[in-house]
Design a protein around this ligand. Structure first.
Ligand code: UFG
Length: 341
């Protein structure tokens, strides 16, 4: 029988790509979103890519417990993937209560409902939990560091909440934590991608918006880091590769392949790329010249972090396959699609 997966925040950047991959892998998917930080563009794109017009969509807020309960009663949810959260680092520093209230309440509600129904839970965590690591690459056993922003702290706290709840449930609740490195790119169809509101915080949307002429100049934050070219090193993971990791994780849960009741996997490529390398690769692969300048370091940035993805490779059978060049091509195609070019 087909399994049903609830994707909270399923109309957003990561959620929409995950929905596509789940549907293509044969799952029934219920998308739930309050559209607080996205519009209908990606949900419509998901329907076009999958050719599935009748994907259930529930417009709701996961902070509303009654609505969450009703959702779990309406559908036979085997697993839930929780994305519904605020994600702007800077805003979280300015408005911590907004972040703690929303990101923790929604996750607590999901967990309570999932526990009652016996659904598996997959939480979208982040490499941010490692802070500035003492050595790289980081494995799942690398100690976590205190978060440098309330946003990052909500990831750390939600990891702990899931772990504690799973432990106390004595086998009734099981979950997986996926720690994402830097998700970038767009679907190769150019029908879904990242749609940041206002000025982008993240590097790749800033690059594509500069290339298309929406932004005048990209600032590269810091060229005096102790790295080969002086700019920060990150592990940029293609959004479709990242989405596929969720399919592996869900099948691991619903097909009874988990080895522990709460498992953690890094989702990265294992390949460090500097900001400057990424900028150069974007220019080269897309044949565009990018207006950029070096600017002071951005507060809170870590110098270098990349994943050791061995555990996800060997245990889940998932591996990142797309090159940075392919990913940057897709990101540019999406930006051009948005501009109607
Ligand atoms: N960068 C620039 N210019 C920009 C934007 C970014 O030079 O306009 C640089 C940053 O300094 C950093 C790299 O590009 O060195 C990547 O920055 P992003 O903002 O794209 O990504 P981060 O590594 O900062 O973000 C990641 C996750 C977040 C998480 C954060 C925690 O994507 O979810 O780490 O610090 F919150």
């Amino acid at each position: 029988m087909k399994k049903t997966v609830l994707v909270s925040g399923g109309a957003g950047f990561i959620g929409s790509h995950v929905t596509v991959e789940l549907i293509q892998a044969g799952y029934d998917v219920v998308v739930a979103d309050n559209f607080s930080n996205c519009d209908r563009t990606c949900f419509e794109g998901v329907k076009r890519i999958t050719g599935k017009e009748d994907i259930p969509l529930e417009v709701m807020d996961f902070c509303d417990m009654e609505a969450v309960k009703a959702l779990f009663q309406k559908y036979p949810i085997d697993a839930v993937i929780h994305f519904a959260a605020y994600k702007a680092v800077g805003e979280s520093v300015a408005q911590p209560l907004k972040y703690y209230k929303n990101n923790l309440t929604s996750f607590l509600n999901v967990l309570e409902a999932a526990q009652e129904k016996g659904s598996f839970v997959l939480f979208s965590s982040s490499a941010t939990v490692y802070g500035e690591p003492d050595s790289v690459p980081v494995t799942e056993a690398t100690p976590r560091k205190p978060a440098t922003s309330p946003y990052g702290n909500t990831k750390t706290i939600c990891e702990d909440i899931l772990r504690d709840t799973v432990k106390a449930s004595e086998g009734k609740l099981k979950g997986i934590l996926l720690r994402y490195f830097n998700p970038i790119g767009a679907h190769p169809s150019a029908l879904i991608g990242e749609l940041p509101r206002g000025v982008p915080n993240n590097l790749v949307p800033f690059i594509t918006q500069t290339a298309i002429g929406k932004r005048e100049c990209l600032s590269i934050f810091g060229n005096d880091y102790p790295t080969p070219d002086g700019t920060c090193l990150r592990d940029y993971i293609d959004i479709v590769d990242l989405a596929k990791a969720h399919v592996f994780a869900v099948s691991r849960m619903v097909e009874g392949k988990m080895k522990q009741d709460c498992e953690v996997f890094n989702v990265g490529t294992g390949r460090p790329v500097s900001v400057l390398e990424l900028v150069n690769a974007f220019e080269k692969v897309n044949g565009v010249k990018l207006n950029y300048k070096f600017a002071p370091r951005r507060a809170g940035d870590v110098t270098a972090i990349w994943a050791d993805p061995t555990l996800a490779n060997t245990e889940m059978g998932w591996k990142a396959t797309r090159t940075v060049e392919e990913t940057l091509k897709a990101a540019w195609a999406w930006e051009k699609h948005l501009a109607g070019k």
